[in-house]
Write a protein that binds this ligand. Sequence first.
Ligand code: ATP
Length: 354
Amino acid sequence: MASLSLKAITKRFGKVVALSGVDLHVEDGEFCVLLGPSGCGKSTLLNIIAGLIPQDEGTVLLDGEPVDRLAPRDRDVAMVFQSYALYPHMTVSRNLSFGLRMRGVPKPTIHKQVLETARLLGIEDLLDRKPRELSGGQRQRVAMGRAMVRKPKLFLLDEPLSNLDARLRSSVRLELKRMHRQIKGTIVYVTHDQVEAMTLGDRVVVMRDGKVRQIDRPETIYARPVDTFVATFIGSPEMNLYQGRLVRKDGRTHFQGPGFSLDLGGLQINLEEGKVELGIRPEDIRIGQGGTTVLEAKVEMLSNVGSEKYIHARLGQEGLTVCVPKEAAFEPGQVIPLTIDPGRVHIFHKGCRL
Ligand code: ATP
């Protein structure tokens, strides 16, 4: 397979700037996920890599070689779309072999590669069926198989799981991960689903408004989001975020939020005093006293997701979400003490992490 580099890719559709100065390097064999809200430019970027639409500025390189002048079929990349785009009148076997037949690959080679791919995906028994006789998950595997059978340099996957129901989605997700381990392919995968991105990606590229906001391993993006957009886009329930001021008193740092104040102790922050935003993830708040930083919040509502519960409370003038174990019993109206470890808070200045 191949490595992929994007250098300063810019694309405009009339007045709309779909992509602006996108730089990215994907290692050979890496699973890279493009994540961002609808309209941020993910699909446009994928189509530019495939050669389906031309960029206005910048270069696409495969294994260090520019491919901008190459037509899609000469780039040797395989694309899997959300719709799968299987040929309805062809059997699974014919669907799998289509690309190879078009390229004039000898029949015995086609036969061997189709069988090999079908075995790898566990779809040998389905080779004589038509797409309408398959489940959503099976169709998804055939679509992947059709991409894999050509042994391309690069796989480009555009929301390939979004047509599946939630249960199937998570099992096909695991299959995809296992498949990636086996074939060690270079994959660029587009999604707006953060769970998909975090579970699948070796690295995740978070995009917004045509720009890359952060490229990192999933755990780093979660632990050290570079800005308030990434901080609130990643994580469910969302990070609690408050506007306020940082003040220093007696060698200690305090955050003065809307109707509450938080003692951050000796937390080292690269800002003396002034306006900041403070973020704290719902699972990083402890209920009960015992730490240095204790606040009080009033429970408004509880939601139970089975494995845990979320408390929706009021902290000063703002809302607050806290994750608690499923057996925890709280009632609306109850006032609860909260302990926040200053080491767990995220401080942002003008939207960017300090
Ligand atoms: P989604 O998750 O909804 O598919 P996306 O992140 O893939 O969104 P793109 O489809 O790449 O976003 O679109 C990026 C921006 O470019 C959007 O504002 C979109 O409206 C615009 N755009 C995309 N294709 C065209 C086109 N052919 N003509 C005009 N504008 C376009």
